[in-house]
Write a protein that binds this ligand. Structure first.
Ligand SMILES: Nc1ncnc2c1ncn2[C@@H]1O[C@H](COP(=O)(O)OP(=O)(O)O)[C@@H](O)[C@H]1O
Ligand SMILES: [Mg+2]
Length: 240
């Protein structure tokens, strides 16, 4: 049996009268790259926010367990201590800090300075643009560069689970390719990933399993390769 990392059951979220998430069940097992795809407004970001505790608890119903323990009510800043890292929609880098400082912030729970320095060098190797600009304020980076920095910062804590919210959004095709290359590589290194994407084709090509979300509900789930070849997915999400 594969080890369960994240299990969401009966998740419901309402914003006032608007039911954004209407009873979502999803699971991510150890080592998996699972993608949650769906149109704009489907409730994907809301689902991730519920997982990371960034919504007021009164809006959230259902259970969320991570490594077998409940995450309900855990404050979001505690998540990194539990090795759950998230790259939010719109990236969320610290714009008034340098690139180097952003990477150090990602490692604030660690006390192995030599390991932290080695990791920063590793990410500078993966993203040479960040190295060239290491002393520059993160707010001066392009969207694609900020996405790279946000991913590298999230990975500085050596997460057990990495949550990514639309990493390809607003990026040029070359940047999208680079970001997906890194997502695949991180996955191959054994980090478990839940990837939210509107770019269904790229996401399903990279993922092991997928979930399709529509109007707050999961309407389909399965093996990512099977989903890529499913006529319903092709018609609704792949433009075929
Ligand atoms: N803070 C909020 N207040 C009210 N409604 C919201 C809020 N955030 C999202 N919504 C609504 O919830 C629904 C799902 O949004 P969201 O989770 O952002 O979808 P997705 O990430 O799939 O595009 C949408 O109808 C959106 O308008
Ligand atoms: Mg979203």
């Amino acid at each position: 049996m594969s080890e369960n990392i994240l299990k969401v059951a009966g998740l419901k979220v309402a914003y006032g009268g608007i039911k954004a998430v209407k009873g979502v069940d999803l699971e991510v097992n150890k080592g998996e790259l699972v993608t949650l795809i769906g149109a704009n407004g489907a409730g994907k970001t809301t689902t991730l926010k519920a997982i990371t505790g960034t919504l007021p608890a009164c809006k959230v119903e259902g259970t969320i367990s991570y490594l077998g323990a409940s995450l309900n009510g855990t404050q979001s800043f505690r998540m990194v201590e539990r090795k759950l890292a998230m790259v939010p929609e719109g990236r969320g880098v610290f714009t008034r800090m340098t690139i180097h400082e952003n990477l150090l912030m990602g490692a604030y729970t660690r006390d192995d300075q030599a390991g932290v320095d080695a990791d920063i060098e590793k990410w500078y190797g993966v993203f040479p643009r960040l190295k060239e600009r290491s002393a520059q304020l993160a707010g001066t980076l392009s969207g694609g560069e900020q996405q790279m920095l946000a991913m590298a910062r999230a990975l500085m804590c050596h997460p057990t689970l990495l949550l990514l919210d639309e990493p390809s959004m607003g990026l040029s095709p070359i940047m999208v390719e680079k970001i997906f290359e890194v997502i695949r590589e991180v996955s191959q290194q054994g980090i478990t990933i839940l990837l939210v994407e509107q770019n269904a084709r790229l996401a399903l090509q990279a993922a092991h399993r997928g979930y399709v979300m529509d109007s707050g509900a999961i309407i389909m789930t399965g093996n990512a390769q099977d989903m890529l070849h499913d006529p319903r997915v092709q018609a609704a999400y792949l433009g075929e």
